[in-house]
Write a protein that binds this ligand. Structure first.
Ligand SMILES: O=P(O)(O)OC[C@@H](O)[C@@H](O)c1c[nH]c2ccccc12
Length: 262
């Protein structure tokens, strides 16, 4: 069993609880900018900054950090979007974290979870998300299409996560506009930024906003993935561990127009 299999089992066990009652969170009525538009129109590498307390591969990362304070720092530093991990059993997140962050910032908010059922999308929406993540490796084609359509009909944007060329094709087939490659192998936890280059070479449409996810620690890493074709990066651990969150984030905002090789 891979870690992804284990997490999906856990998610399945939580569905009856979610289905038993309607989501109830303090209302969030903000209209946020579109993440897709931000990615497609900006000349700098856009940073999706993550609130991440812990993970299965690293254990505790930063359990003491206040999500609202962290998100506010991210927004002030010019983040394009705040990603909030809401998965509880492995990442120590919650929908309450998401709701608190959604109240506090005006930029797009990504609900980072393992979606296998529509009810989870209802919770994400009610808690204030404007973007959700769908992981191709966790879903059948039918589930992927159904959840994608369900989210879009709720006015949510969708970041579709892939790990290889075959998954990229499945993402393209459902019409995904924002596609992220996870540089972390979910079976071995190995991280390699070359994944970004490999997937980027197979992107056929310039209308896709392409994101590089995981394992980005510094400006060199950001430059590498920007040169490979990424319009944005999804960064968790390095920002959570940084003593100067704003400086660490700003170091990643590479000018895309000065990219080597373009
Ligand atoms: O902490 P990192 O290496 O910067 O990674 C952030 C993000 O990419 C990672 O948390 C992530 C990418 N895809 C996911 C899917 C589920 C949970 C977490 C993730």
């Amino acid at each position: 069993m891979t870690i992804l299999d284990k997490i999906i089992e856990q998610k399945k066990s939580e569905l009856p609880g979610l289905l038993a009652q309607a989501p109830s969170f303090p209302a969030v009525t903000k209209v946020r900018p579109s993440l897709y538009e931000t990615l497609m129109t900006s000349n700098t590498l856009q940073v999706i900054s993550e609130m991440k307390r812990a993970s299965p591969s690293k254990g505790d990362i930063a359990t003491h950090i206040d999500p609202v304070e962290q998100a506010t720092n991210y927004e002030t530093a010019g983040a394009a979007c705040i990603s909030v991990l809401t998965e509880q059993a492995f990442f120590k997140g919650s929908f309450n974290d998401l709701n608190a962050v959604a109240q506090a910032v005006t930029i797009p908010v990504l609900c980072k979870d393992f979606f296998i059922h529509e009810v989870q999308i209802d919770y994400a929406k009610a808690a204030g998300a404007s973007v959700i993540l769908l992981i191709v490796a966790a879903l059948t084609d039918e589930q992927l299409q159904a959840l994608y359509t369900y989210a879009v009909n709720l006015d949510l944007e969708v970041l579709v996560e892939v790990h290889d060329i075959e998954e990229l094709q499945r993402a393209v087939n459902i019409g995904a506009k924002i596609i992220g490659v996870n540089n972390r192998n979910l079976k071995t936890f190995d991280v390699s930024l070359t994944k970004t280059r490999e997937i980027a070479q197979h992107l056929s449409s310039s209308k896709i906003a392409f994101i590089s996810e995981s394992g980005i620690w510094n400006r060199d890493d950001a430059e590498y993935v920007a040169n490979a074709g990424a319009k944005g990066v999804l960064v968790g651990e390095s920002l959570m561990r940084s003593g100067d969150v704003q400086a660490a984030l700003q170091a990643l905002q590479i000018e895309l127009s000065t990219k080597v090789g373009e």
